[in-house]
Design a protein. Structure first.
Length: 367
């Protein structure tokens, strides 16, 4: 194997796959990236057996071949190179030699045959979406997904396409985030994208103009900007979350996003890790929304009032402040809309006018 390319091209390929090569310490081969030269290009491959990535590197192929190399060490070496001269990668006497003007290194290799194969692309019609918009939609939802590995069906992002839209949703049973994208001419489909795969999609395709998604019964493959992402799909049924979205409200209004965010950050200072409770009082008639926390004798207490422009009944409820912070952080725009149907019902947070088709629900803490 021998290949010549720029430092920039190689760095892009290694950066795409290396983060996957350190997540499964049980199998030493998974700490490696597979480098394979064929058909005139170099392909860098990494996987943790759940999610895999393949990046194509442009350059000059002088000899075909493949080897597995410690991914993190190779990435860190290439990151430090100046990038002014071409890099040469060559397998010599069982080692990978990487050299450029003034720099040279040898890396131990493992047999390419020991590296796991990535799944083949499903033989299905692709869903074609704008990579940036889909990554934004995932960013606005994935933070609300459960982290509990014992509940894989909600440790995922629900993706449903129909009627010219793609709807994404995530929940951990205490909160819910939903984002809707326009997708003209799309055929109906549904899938559960694992949490890690959703996070990798954002990392790999946030700058891609177009992404093709091939979804099969058990896995999917996404292609965009010279990078391929493959992932298993979660087998299960997603909760019917839309039944908890209130279809009416008794209290609604808006607050300045930055004011609300600052108020939550100020009060967060007083809360210990084992108590995340904040009391929210809404007084539409007085034009104010008040937040108070009591962190105990050691932490103290705090109160903040922000302007509230709205109408309806007075509301007082208790919420997890971390959930409120997550929601307001991921909303766009200068103002956000708040809605309550009652103190015991979910609190709804939306960008004013739903300009980016997002909504966020938080369940109150029952005392």
């Amino acid at each position: 194997m021998k290949f010549v390319c720029t430092q920039k091209n190689l760095l892009r390929g290694l950066a795409a796959v290396s983060p996957l090569s350190s997540r499964n310490p049980q199998l030493p081969i998974l700490q490696h990236a597979l480098l394979a030269v064929s058909d005139g290009v170099l392909r860098c491959i990494g996987t943790d057996l759940e999610v895999g990535a393949r990046a194509q590197v442009g350059g000059k192929a002088e000899r075909e071949g493949a080897c597995a190399v410690p991914a993190r060490r190779l990435l860190e070496f290439v990151q430090q190179l100046p990038g002014m001269h071409p890099l040469t990668l060559a397998v010599v006497s069982g080692s990978l030699r990487v050299s450029t003007e003034g720099y040279s290194a040898r890396f131990p290799t493992a047999p390419a045959d020991d590296f796991p194969l990535l799944p083949e692309r499903p033989d299905t019609e692709p869903v074609i979406l704008e990579g940036r918009r889909l990554s934004t939609a995932l960013t606005h939802t994935v933070f609300a997904a459960a982290r509990d590995e014992s509940r894989p069906e909600i440790r995922s992002v629900f993706v449903h396409g129909a009627d010219g839209t793609v709807r994404l949703a995530a929940t951990d049973s205490f909160r819910l985030a939903e984002h809707t994208l326009p997708a003209a001419g799309i055929k109906e489909f549904s899938l559960l994208l694992p949490l890690v795969a959703a996070q990798e999609f954002i990392r790999l395709f946030s700058e891609a103009e177009q992404v093709q998604v091939f979804a099969g019964p058990n896995h999917l493959v996404a292609l965009g900007d010279g990078i391929e992402l493959s992932s298993r799909l979660v087998d299960g049924s997603y909760p019917d979350y839309r039944q908890i979205i209130p279809d009416s409200s008794l209290t609604r209004g808006s607050v300045k996003r930055e004011e609300f965010l600052r108020a939550l950050k100020v009060l967060n200072v007083f809360l210990p890790r084992d108590s995340r409770r904040v009391t929210v009082q809404v007084r539409p008639g007085e034009g104010r929304l008040s937040l108070t926390v009591a962190g105990g004798a050691d932490a103290g207490e705090g109160a903040v009032t922000v302007s509230f422009s709205g109408e309806g009944e007075d509301v007082e409820a208790l919420y997890n402040i971390s959930y409120l912070l997550d929601g307001i952080t991921h909303l766009a725009g200068e103002s956000c809309e708040l809605r309550w149907r009652g103190a015991e019902d979910p609190f709804m947070l939306l960008p004013e006018g739903r300009k980016n088709n997002s909504l966020y629900l938080v369940m109150p803490i029952q005392v």
